[in-house]
Write a protein that binds this ligand. Structure first.
Ligand code: SPV
Ligand code: MG
Length: 352
């Protein structure tokens, strides 16, 4: 686990922001993916608007309401101890909405929020960026100030995301806005670019120097070596949507295979086990050494990704080492032998 015991998530995030080395945070979009990010060793989570929208099956266009986002990140917060930076889109309204948002985020132990200088309902930055209007700069400064006034924890952070490059404006406008947002109280700047090369963000960082921490999202300029970001002194890199995208690819493949083959044989070894591996080992060891000792309940597993059933404490332990250790759902052995080749479809009865 990468979280620092005893430090609030707001302090952990502030430490990342101000750290003198390049830090990385990774996208999550629900409690499970948040847990996966933490288990991988990341020190922080990006609660991506794009990914949260996509897992609801809606566009990244404020079609999911802000309270639905709030509910989602509450699950993420409950499932983890590392800080969460919420992609707060445009702040879901005006300065009043921003104040309410900050209060609700603090109540849910969210460490920070990032708001972007475009209009509600927001449009994803990779869709016709130069057709997207920007927010009035002064109004956006008011939103930042209102947010800073509303926070009760001094370490809660507000990141101002500058969309000047996305919307077809140049470096001068990006710098003008970033400076205004810094003076309004933003704790850091996220400079976004949709180019396939890092030219815009590097030019920005060179001019900006170290006025305040700068965060980047290299989704489009992904081929840039990470050392380039390090050498230019960026604060945090966000891997913004890659867990969602990898899960989409995996789910599509599994669904197609199941549809085609109508059995689980070529799937089982390629998906996460129903019982966490550490639990399976413990259960197997216990059943071999002391068959009469009930297997401990590994549900909920303290650290791992418990996406399966809740514990059934009355369930009997596996009575034979040969019994299927990977299925906590039923104690009735349905695999006749270890060999998959002797698997008999005829022996399996459908549930009534
Ligand atoms: C998100 O992850 O929702 C973002 C980053 O805002 S991006 O989609 O790259 O604009
Ligand atoms: Mg977003």
């Amino acid at each position: 686990m990468s979280s620092t015991p005893g430090l609030s998530t707001t302090t952990q995030f502030r430490n990342l922001l101000l750290s003198d080395q390049l830090e990385f945070i990774c996208e999550a979009h629900n409690g499970l993916s948040a847990k996966i990010v933490q288990e991988a060793g990341f020190k922080g989570i990006w609660a991506s608007g794009l990914s949260i929208s996509a897992q609801f099956g809606v566009r990244d266009n404020n079609e999911a309401s802000w309270t639905q986002v709030l509910e989602t990140i509450e699950f993420m917060s409950d499932a983890t101890t590392i800080p969460i930076l919420l992609d707060g889109d445009t702040g879901y309204g005006n300065f009043n909405n921003m104040q309410r948002l900050v209060r609700k985020l603090e109540q849910r132990k969210i460490a920070a929020v990032c708001i972007e200088d475009k209009l509600f309902p927001k449009t994803n930055s990779f869709i016709k960026g130069d057709a997207q209007p920007m927010a009035d700069m002064h109004e956006f400064c008011g939103k930042i100030k209102a947010g800073k006034d509303a926070q009760s924890d001094p370490n809660f952070s507000i990141i101002a995301r500058v969309e000047a490059f996305i919307c077809g404006w140049g470096l001068a406008e990006a710098l003008r806005r970033a400076e205004a947002y810094r003076q309004a109280g933003a704790d850091g700047i996220l400079i976004h670019s949709a180019l396939a090369v890092p030219d815009e963000i590097l030019a920005f960082k060179q001019e900006w120097a170290n006025r305040s921490p700068v965060i980047i999202v290299p989704t489009k300029y992904y081929a840039t070596p990470t050392d380039v970001f390090r050498q230019h002194g960026f604060s945090i890199v966000i891997w913004a949507n890659h867990l969602l995208r990898s899960s989409v690819a995996a789910m599509q493949k599994t669904a197609r295979t199941l549809k085609e083959q109508e059995h689980l044989l070529s799937i089982e070894d390629k998906v996460a086990p129903v019982t966490p591996r550490s639990c399976r080992r413990r259960k197997t060891a216990i059943s071999r050494k002391a068959p009469k000792t009930p297997a401990p309940s590994c549900w909920p597993h303290p650290a791992a990704t418990n996406w399966g059933n809740s514990p059934n404490t009355s369930r009997k332990p596996w009575s034979k080492s040969r019994a299927p250790p990977s299925s906590p759902i039923s104690s009735t052995p349905i695999m006749p032998s270890e060999s998959k080749t002797s698997w008999s479809f005829g022996a399996i009865k459908k549930r009534p």
